[in-house]
Design a protein around this ligand. Structure first.
Ligand code: NI
Length: 177
């Protein structure tokens, strides 16, 4: 088990698009180790998703694990630990909704971001096979946030109203519930 350091906003690697992961690489020992490290790191830091560039690995891959259950946004559906290689998002409905997003690479802050709420993700799975996942609501936001990292983008790039970029402590105290 190896918990890797998550790089933070300001580190140039967060702004560089990742490279496609070759199919031959997916089943390799190096990849298996990287996935173990990413999973350990995500669980240690306590998040719902981690993209490879966040641990300074310039690859188009991310893991997502959403425990699900009740939240400030209502009941959230769970996503068991899932690995996405070379994901591409198709927006099925452009209608947006906003959430207060946080990011392990932008610790201590929250920002309100609006994104489309119905998407289809096409990706390569851990077996190296093509796969699809249709997601709505909060989970659609989660995948868009994670896959933005693969293009060198952060959630703060989407904030339209900078009065809605706040410290997490103050957010917990003052944000409308
Ligand atoms: Ni993030």
């Amino acid at each position: 088990m190896a918990i890797r350091k998550i790089i933070r906003m300001g580190h140039p690697s967060l702004r560089i698009p990742g490279k496609n992961v070759a199919n031959e690489f997916i089943g390799s020992d190096t990849m298996q180790q990287l996935l173990v490290d990413m999973t350990d790191t995500l669980r240690d830091y306590g998040g719902v998703g981690l993209a490879a560039p966040q641990i300074d690995e310039p690859l188009r891959m991310a893991i997502i694990e959403v425990p699900g259950g009740p939240s400030r946004y209502g009941e959230i559906e769970a996503i068991p630990l899932t690995v996405f290689f070379n994901p591409v998002i198709e927006i099925l409905n452009p209608e947006v909704a906003g959430y207060w997003e946080g990011c392990l690479s932008v610790p201590g802050l929250r920002g309100f971001v609006e994104r489309p709420q119905h998407v289809l993700v096409r990706y390569t799975n851990q077996q190296g096979d093509p796969a699809e996942l249709e997601l709505k609501g909060f989970l659609a936001t989660v995948v868009q946030h994670e896959f933005d990292h693969l293009d060198g983008r952060l959630y703060i790039d989407h904030i339209k109203d900078t009065t809605k970029l706040v410290f997490e402590e103050e957010w917990l105290k003052f944000a409308p519930q």
